[in-house]
Design a protein around this ligand. Structure first.
Ligand SMILES: Nc1ncnc2c1ncn2[C@@H]1O[C@H](COP(=O)(O)OP(=O)(O)OP(=O)(O)O)[C@@H](O)[C@H]1O
Ligand SMILES: [Mg+2]
Length: 165
């Protein structure tokens, strides 16, 4: 089902931030990276996913964030089933509801730090809040690097730019 489900249920209880139900992901070539994983993450909680390299952590994150579609199973973000959504709807949902720090950061090399950080907002047709941008970048020690390109940053600075984005 792809229709929106309200975040609050009739009992008044807020739907989990993320709910995976028997999620499987098989890559072309046959690697079964996820084998029926079920997981609930409540709002306001932190969760660490740990496991050996190649065990499926990034695949799990990509499916949970709507970046990738599971081969089977259900993924709900804020109570909304995303497995039936088309690519456009999933993109919109991610833009509004999901912050994602990629393992390889995925900063765009040709854009400045500032433009990288504000890109998702600008794609959504919204104006970045200058004061908020300044406050965030000062907090992570990037305020004096806003005009730099990602290749001119240290690894840690690139990581923090990805976090702010
Ligand atoms: N696009 C792909 N096509 C085929 N196989 C893939 C693809 N992406 C990942 N895999 C395989 O799926 C498995 C899970 O990969 P994944 O990237 O989720 O691992 P990980 O737990 O995040 O590892 P790491 O700790 O090294 O980041 C690995 O065995 C990997 O080789
Ligand atoms: Mg990984």
């Amino acid at each position: 089902m792809s229709t929106a489900v309200p975040a609050a249920t009739v009992t008044g209880r807020r739907a989990p931030a993320i709910a995976l139900d028997r999620v499987a992901r098989t890559y072309p070539g046959g690697v079964r990276a996820l084998d029926e994983v079920s997981l609930t993450v409540e709002h306001g909680t932190f969760l660490a996913v740990m496991g050996p390299s190649g065990s499926g952590k990034s695949t799990l994150m990509h499916c949970a964030a709507g970046l990738d579609s599971p081969t089977s199973g259900s993924v709900r973000i804020d109570g909304r089933e995303i497995s039936g959504l088309n690519e456009t709807r999933r993109t919109e949902l991610r833009r509004e509801r999901v912050g994602f720090v990629f393992q390889a950061y995925n900063l765009i090399p040709s854009l400045s730090v500032e433009d990288n950080i504000t890109l998702p907002l600008r794609l959504a047709g919204r104006r970045p809040d200058r004061d908020w941008l300044r406050a965030l970048t000062e907090r992570v020690g990037l305020a004096d690097r806003l005009s730099h390109r990602p290749a001119e940053l240290s690894g840690g600075q690139q990581q923090r730019a990805a976090v702010v984005r």
